[in-house]
Design a protein around this ligand. Sequence first.
Ligand code: ADP
Ligand code: MG
Length: 259
Amino acid sequence: MIRIAIANQKGGVGKTTTAINLATALAATGFRVLLIDFDPQGNASTGLGVARSARDKSIYQVLTGECELSDAAIATRVPRLDVVAATQDLAGAELELADLSDRTTRLDQAVGRAEARWDVCLIDCPPSLGLLTINALVAARSLLIPLQCEFFALEGMSQLLQTVERVRARFNPDLTILGVALTMYDRRNRLSEQVAADVRAVVGDLVFNTAVPRNVRLSEAPSHGLPALIYDHRCPGSEAYIALAREMIARLPMPAVAA
Ligand code: ADP
Ligand code: MG
């Protein structure tokens, strides 16, 4: 199973939008995909049309050992794409797990027990570097970092990379950085160009060639409970995510799957 965490401790940089639309693109390519909503705000769940009332089995119950990922997985309107939802309970999990000896590997263990059911597992992280994100980085083998094309984009990067180093050294030597995805890119704005150039100067080839443009269709789609790729598959945002998925697949050790 390919396991990818989508993380950046900043909020509002496009993690969830990226998670939903890459998951959809991968499912459309023929992979069986699981998206784990790992943010107590539950935006990925909402964006995939999972009502709050349908979240009685969520990632919180998986972490506490009350159920398995397979029991909590909910089929979405996208063929081959399942989601494990998040609820506000998840915010309490950091404290509840804090004293457990296996607190950093709870998610990794759960994902390990579900290996056979999905080809790809994407984890949409919360905007912090706390125990939840650590769990995601321990469960993942690859990390995808969305960066918003705005002035403070690179701020926080070194802290995130330090966290990755710590996780690698202590828990997960296999963790690699898959790439940095530029989001909310505005061609008409010199700042976007400048930020993209700065980011490329710092992290080099890790940056994907595809920058996701600022596109209102991407922000409208979640209110319909649909990935933008389904809501309007020809909008510039959708086209960018299709291109990004292609680049991502090329970087992964994945077997080709016929759609
Ligand atoms: P995060 O998960 O990092 O907090 P989100 O994916 O939820 O970020 O994005 C934050 C907000 O910006 C959301 O309202 C989302 O719809 C919007 N958004 C994300 N990417 C784009 C984009 N490329 N163009 C326009 N709006 C976007
Ligand atoms: Mg989010």
